[in-house]
Design a protein around this ligand. Sequence first.
Ligand code: SF4
Ligand code: SF4
Length: 469
Amino acid sequence: MKIEPVKEYAMNNFESKLLSFGESKAYAITKPVILKPQNDIVIATPSYSFYSAIGLVVSFATFIGSIIYCLIDTIICKVKKIERKKPIIVVIISFILFIIFLLFGNIRFLWWFMDIVLYLTNKCNMNCSYCYQGNNKKDRIMSFEIAKEYIDKICEQSKHNMIGFFGGEPLLNKKLLYEIVNYCNGKTNNSFSYSITTNGTLIDDEFVSFCKKNNIKVGVSIDGKKESHDKNRVAVNGESTFDKTLEGSKKCLKAKLNCMALPVVCTNNIEELSENVKYLIDLGFKEITCNFNYCDNWDDESISVLRNQYEILKVTYFNELKKNNPIKIYPIDTKMQFMINKNVSCVSNCNRDRTCIDSDGTLYPCIQFVGKREYQIGNVHDGEDRQRRIELIKIRNCSKTPCEECSINRLCAYGCGCIRFLTTGGITEVTPLVCETEKIYIDTANSLLGQINKESEFVKYLWLRGNKW
Ligand code: SF4
Ligand code: SF4
């Protein structure tokens, strides 16, 4: 990929510097971007930061311990009639440490939970051109025993658990979905929240009422209008899938399920991105995640179309807010959250707090790695190899990229192991493609946030809502 659009963008918008990404180059922003955060509004997503949690717990324990020590020491001194200075300094220091962790640590640990994704099957009734599983999907389904064994394990560790159902097409194993949810509902000492990602073609009334009853969030993979959708999302026999996906989407929307549209942005539908998002909004979707197809053949021209499309999306987003129809479009919403909540970075929890269980019971740290044995972190029977997970995080974190010099790296997904894997086949490198797309998202979010801040009455719609999918 050539670097001209990045250079032009970086030069026009920020003070920037040419950096090398291996053989490639990109322009990093070296002067801080002027963001307009609403510091008084805190977004707390139900996740946790392991190290902050440890820090906070240890400092709090030290604080309490030092108070107890002080009291015991005072009593002993009184009883033995010894005169000695009380170790009050220890109390003060530990109290200060505790306050520092409380204020500057990531306090999201308060919602400690397990986040797991179950691959109900690797099979699919479709053959999308950009499928992460390729054309030769394994003919395998998960058994109830595998799911049960892992669920029993996590229930011992955590009270609240998030379970995502994934595939292949998970509704090809609908029976297991029902079995698992019913089994979990029987565990009265634990609470669960559920989500499912489906291509929408097998959604029926029974599924919709089951989701309604169990508050299951449904992500429907629909690319937008028929012409766009059918370019890439075809059935195994090559036929159109749009009508079935649309019908499934409408059933979910009509039942007012908590549902999200999941279009994939490719070079062959990029010109229609804003139209597609508008179409999905008009259908009734309130949340739309635009998944960028990193494996496509992006070039300067298509990236510049992406930028233009995000300019239009920005207007769409704002107009919907004005119409009192607050929507969420990811990744713009994600970036705005990071701009507002300075305690979190884009990849602070990447590969850290999620476990994906393949249909054969193998564990992976992210859905992108499922099936790639070198990234496995254990299996259902033996449990998670925590050391292997830490190793993978270390490999990702320790790699030296030019991004460390970039002032917007906190907002950027450059450290995301999955994106690195998709763009390079490994987890150590970042490519200019990531740089270009991230700047488009960050720039759009920055500009949109500035616009929204001017119209402060809209802020409450945006931010006083939960944001974890
Ligand atoms: S619906 Fe999902 S799993 Fe099935 S072919 Fe398309 S992308 Fe792959
Ligand atoms: S942190 Fe992101 S925007 Fe900055 S140079 Fe790296 S990839 Fe580009």
